[in-house]
Ligand binder design. Structure first.
Ligand code: ARG
Length: 609
């Protein structure tokens, strides 16, 4: 459906043209004086400069031409040249009635749907998922769902970190623990076992142990009073272990069969666990590709970069300059190969781009990662375009997010100062949600537990998404699970409240035959209608700007408008059946819009809470 704002601007354009002014001045915005009007046009001010007239004169002319036809109930020129607008109640009711039967709640279907790759999640295999990966998953999923809601083909790719040094560390730690495994027997000629040599909980313990082992901190040990002789011994052991891990990584990357077999096990065991964790977060990926999939493109791309004269040697490494005219500061070149011939993070990303171009032919790319990776992505995008891997005008964007901090303003940690595991964080928030529900209601234990999961997820995701992604935010569990204020549970509470009214209406058996939404009879009702009608506009701009927080702000406003309306209006005790049906239809639409938005944000509402 045509957006309300487009319709308003359509009317304004006609009027500007009729008065002999260019239509580019016919821009409308939401009013910043809601006490005076609903929308406003400030174009007379700009036009005044272009036509050397008084703004007020232009505004008055335009207003005269606008008339009060079908769309507006008020058009007014006010000093120094604003055009204040209110929408006609009948027009609004008609718009909402069309939304109610539209099936897409007024969202326009894409005339040319785009294929858009969303690279998000990005966990590192065999390292436990921690809160740092939470933001990427939560934000990425919502951006993907916005695109889907608008009718694009969205391809979410988890882009696993599955090819790094962590693999070598695990392999060598496994060797130390279980030296008799066939993978470590060079003479072994049979088939490697189907069954994994470790469970997920062992694997999760193997990696951190190995990682510590490889970086023995002599200084710390000395401080803790370790004898110098022991320090020297441990240091040498640690260095030897690290060396082995590097070698194992190299061998794996060269395709050494026994290590490939271990790698397969690591991948299978981790993937099952990751899938479970992401499912609990209501996050799903279309593709489970990883850095390992990019490797086969790397030799070719290095050759290509050399052949095109882009890659050159610098201090033994192979680098590509990425500076462009207009850069405000000098950007370091992108290193594509280390002096020992190893590929790097950037090289993997370039290989991945080649694969995506070949297999998916995307129209655009969106990457979601910690904002500290901004330079990395600038380098990758520029090399990809310079080398012609990606067409120069194809949008490649990076959405960098800030840090999730604790109440002390420092990166979020567990009580004992460790890195918080995502599962534990979810347990904590579910528990807080559970307590909140038990305070309020007499639900059965089982119902309360189930509801707590739904509410907890909403609290967590809304707590994150309602902030502008690039900003750091404070993870405040008590605030997030509160049923009041700008929180996920408040939105759910509003939806549940509407559902309960609708159920009662059904029980009273008065819903026979659907009514129509009637023109608003009060200011509160009108405000609710105006807000509902903005849905298509908000969804489009939130997606364009990759700004889930705008969608959150919208549902918060909409919830407030509903609750005010509910407070001031007798719905179920309304005796005029036509009015009552109109109310029911209106709040059903409010609920449908709220539910569509939370679906896009990646959470859902319970039946009761
Ligand atoms: N695995 C990376 C990390 O944990 C994030 C991956 C982001 N995506 C990408 N295509 N580089 O930092």
């Amino acid at each position: 459906m045509e957006k309300i704002l487009e319709r308003i601007e359509g009317e304004l354009k006609k009027a500007f043209l009729a008065c002999g002014y260019e239509e580019r001045f016919a821009k409308a915005v939401l009013s910043n004086r809601p006490d005076l009007c609903e929308y406003q046009c400030n174009g007379a001010m700009a036009a005044a400069k272009a036509y050397r007239k008084k703004p007020m004169e232009i505004a008055a002319q335009v207003v005269e031409n606008l008339g009060e036809g079908e769309v507006f109930s008020l058009c007014q020129a006010v000093m120094p040249g604003f055009i204040n607008l209110k929408l006609d109640e009948g027009f609004m009711a008609d718009y909402l009635n069309r939304m109610a039967v539209d099936g897409r709640l007024g969202l326009e279907r894409q005339k040319e749907p785009k294929t858009i790759v969303v690279d998000y999640g990005g966990p590192n295999v065999a390292k436990p998922l921690h809160v740092g990966h939470l933001r990427s998953a939560v934000i990425g999923e919502s951006i993907k769902r916005m695109g889907l809601a608008l009718g694009h083909r969205m391809v979410g790719d988890i882009h696993l970190g599955d090819w790094g040094l962590q693999m070598g560390l695990i392999i060598e730690e496994l060797r130390d623990r279980k030296p008799d495994l066939p993978y470590f027997d060079e003479g072994f000629e049979g088939n490697y076992p189907e069954e994994s040599p470790f469970t997920i909980s062992e694997l999760e313990e193997i990696y951190p142990t190995a990682s510590l082992k490889a970086k023995f901190k002599a200084e710390d040990a000395r401080k803790a009073g370790m004898a110098e002789e022991e320090v020297a011994k441990r240091e040498a052991e640690s260095a030897a272990f690290a060396e082995r891990a590097h070698l194992a990584t190299r061998k794996l990357q060269e395709g050494y069969k026994p290590f490939m077999a271990i790698w397969q096990h690591i991948m299978r065991v981790s993937r099952a666990d990751l899938e479970k964790n992401y499912r609990n977060l209501n996050v799903f990926f279309e593709l489970w590709k990883g850095e390992s999939d990019a490797q086969k493109y790397i030799p070719g791309l290095i050759e290509d970069l050399k052949a095109k004269g882009l890659a050159y040697e610098s201090q033994g490494a192979l680098v590509v300059d990425i500076g462009q005219p207009g850069d405000s500061k000098e950007l370091p070149p992108c290193i594509v190969q280390k002096s020992d011939g190893a590929a790097l993070y950037a090289t993997s990303d370039l290989g991945t781009i080649l694969e995506r171009e070949k297999e998916l032919h995307p129209d655009a790319y969106i990457y979601i990662a910690d904002k500290r990776q901004e330079l990395h992505f600038t380098q990758v995008f520029r090399v990809a375009k310079k080398a012609g891997f990606v067409a120069p005008d194809k949008p490649m964007s990076f959405l960098g997010f800030g840090t999730m901090n604790g109440k002390d303003g420092k990166p979020f940690k567990t009580r004992d100062g460790g890195v918080m595991r995502l599962e534990h964080l979810m347990d904590d928030i579910n528990q807080a949600g559970y307590q909140r529900i038990m305070e309020n209601r007499t639900a059965t234990e089982e119902e309360a537990r189930n509801t707590a999961k739904i509410v907890g997820l909403a609290a967590l995701k809304y707590g994150d998404l309602s902030n502008q992604a690039a900003k750091d935010y404070i993870f405040d569990i008590d605030r997030f699970v509160s049923f009041e204020g700008n929180t996920g549970p408040y939105i759910l509470y509003t939806i549940v409240r509407i559902k309960s009214i609708l159920n009662k209406d059904k029980e009273q058996g008065k819903d026979a035959g659907k009514g129509l939404i009637l023109p608003a009879a009060s200011d509160g009702e009108k405000e609710l209608m105006l807000e509902i009608a903005r849905y298509n506009d908000v969804m489009e701009s939130a997606f364009e700007e990759k700004a889930p927080h705008k969608l959150c702000q919208y549902i918060y406003d909409l919830s407030n408008d509903f609750n005010r309306f509910y407070h001031d209006t007798k719905i179920l005790s309304e005796e005029d059946l036509g009015k009552r049906k109109s109310y029911i239809r209106l709040i059903t639409l409010a609920k449908d819009v709220l539910c569509a938005c939370i679906q896009v944000l990646g959470f859902e509402a319970p039946e009761r809470m």
